[in-house]
Design a protein around this ligand. Structure first.
Ligand SMILES: *Cc1c(COP(=O)(O)O)cnc(C)c1O
Length: 395
């Protein structure tokens, strides 16, 4: 158990067993190490630990056995050398920026990323002299044209929210590396079960563990995964100083979330695919955005790049915002919340919630219509989900 080389095992097995170094108590389940600090055998040992001459725990802001188990497990799943856990997905994204950027640097970021990611680059890194250009996720030429000599990294999410558009990770990795930049991929929508960006050439993967990794909507957390050099030399010193640490309790929840991730993702994808096909047949629905459908412009890329098509579906209704709100309000079981990746199906109206802060012009440019509804398809019986939506689809 303690000395297995988990690298040789499949994702399903790694997600259940890797990372736990069983203690002399012989516990079967990973313990929660609820301790803020650690005790040394001697003054000399304390000194060796503090100077980094001896490996070992000092303080839980930067190392904790439960958190480390989560980090090791997620690193294996993402096929990365190292992983660091953070208190939230946004803390993980901030850590990438804080550790890699300096005044005068430049970032190229997809226009279709999580709203707070845009805020982070525009408002906060912008305040300290870092400039960011936002480009169309699917336009490779636009990415390349935006790169400057000062560009440090390209940042994207694929598939995107809420329109489920894909970026070609290998092609963007090639562009980034040709210009001596790094490629950072937010892999929240796919999780390593559906897509492994590092294996496709990305340099760093960021996660919000809050979504599918927890899977049951309980905790907020995040992670960054990549080469040892980047993680341990560049990002770890920032975690130690910045202090946005994942708690041992949350790591313990996320470890058990990972144990069921493969089977949950399979079920999320099957339900989402079935729902997308059903929605396509509804007269009240004018367009369905789901990469599993042959009508999706990047269906071929999705088949090549992902193991399945994901758990999130969005669709446009005949009519405008009023129709979208009517549909949402007519549901009884679905949860009206912007969160995603939960076993419970959630429904949201992007134009007035997650993307409500964008100007109507920018929303139009990005393609987020007022009639657009996004569903993170949960694991309830698909017939019950359809029935709940049917109430609002027929007036
Ligand atoms: C939720 C989310 C984040 C931010 O994660 P938090 O854990 O909420 O801080 C980042 N990226 C994507 C794609 C997300 O869905």
């Amino acid at each position: 158990m303690n000395d297995f080389d988990w690298q040789d095992y499949s994702s399903e097995t790694q997600a259940i067993r890797a990372g736990h170094r069983r203690t002399s108590e012989g516990e079967h389940s990973m313990p929660i190490f609820a301790t803020s600090s650690y005790v040394f055998d001697s003054a000399e040992q304390a000194s060796l630990r503090f100077t980094g001459k001896q490996e070992g725990n000092i303080y839980s802001r930067f190392t904790n056995p439960t958190v480390r188990a989560f980090q090791e497990r997620l690193a294996l799943l993402e096929q990365g050398e190292s992983c660091l856990a953070f208190s939230s997905g946004m803390a993980a994204i901030m850590a990438v920026g804080m550790s890699l950027l300096k005044a005068g640097d430049h970032v190229v970021c997809s226009r279709s990323v999580f709203g707070n990611t845009i805020m982070a680059f525009q408002n906060y890194f912008g305040k300290f002299g870092v400039t960011t250009d936002f480009v169309n996720l699917t336009d490779l030429a636009a990415w390349e044209a935006a790169i400057r000599p000062t560009t440090r990294f390209l940042f994207l999410e694929t598939p995107s929210n809420p329109l489920i558009e894909l970026a070609d990770i290998s092609a963007l990795a090639e562009i980034a590396h040709r210009h001596s930049c790094l490629l950072v991929v937010d892999n929240v929508f796919c999780t390593p079960i559906l897509q492994k960006p590092l294996a496709l050439g990305a340099d760093l993967v960021v996660h919000s563990a809050t979504k599918y990794i927890d899977g049951q909507g309980r905790c907020v957390g995040g992670a960054v995964i990549g080469r040892q050099q980047l993680i341990e030399k560049e990002i770890y010193p920032y975690l130690r100083t910045g202090g946005a640490t994942m708690s041992a309790f949350n790591a313990w929840i996320f470890l058990s979330g990972l144990e069921t991730l493969a089977i949950r993702m399979q079920a999320h994808c099957e339900n989402a695919f079935a729902l997308a096909k059903w929605l396509e047949q509804q007269p009240a629905v004018s367009k369905v955005h789901y990469p599993g459908l042959e009508t999706h412009p990047q269906h071929e890329l999705a088949k090549r790049q992902q193991h399945h098509f994901g758990g999130v579906v969005s669709f446009e209704l005949v009519g405008g915002q009023e129709k979208a709100w009517q549909l949402i309000d007519a549901t009884r079981m679905l949860s009206i919340t912007a969160n995603l990746g939960d076993v419970k199906t959630t429904i949201t109206h992007p134009a007035t919630t997650t993307h409500g802060r964008l100007s109507p012009e920018l929303r139009a440019e990005v393609g987020i219509k007022d009639s657009l509804v996004r569903i993170s398809v949960g694991l309830e019986n698909i017939e019950d989900i359809k029935q709940d939506l049917m109430r609002g689809l027929v007036d």
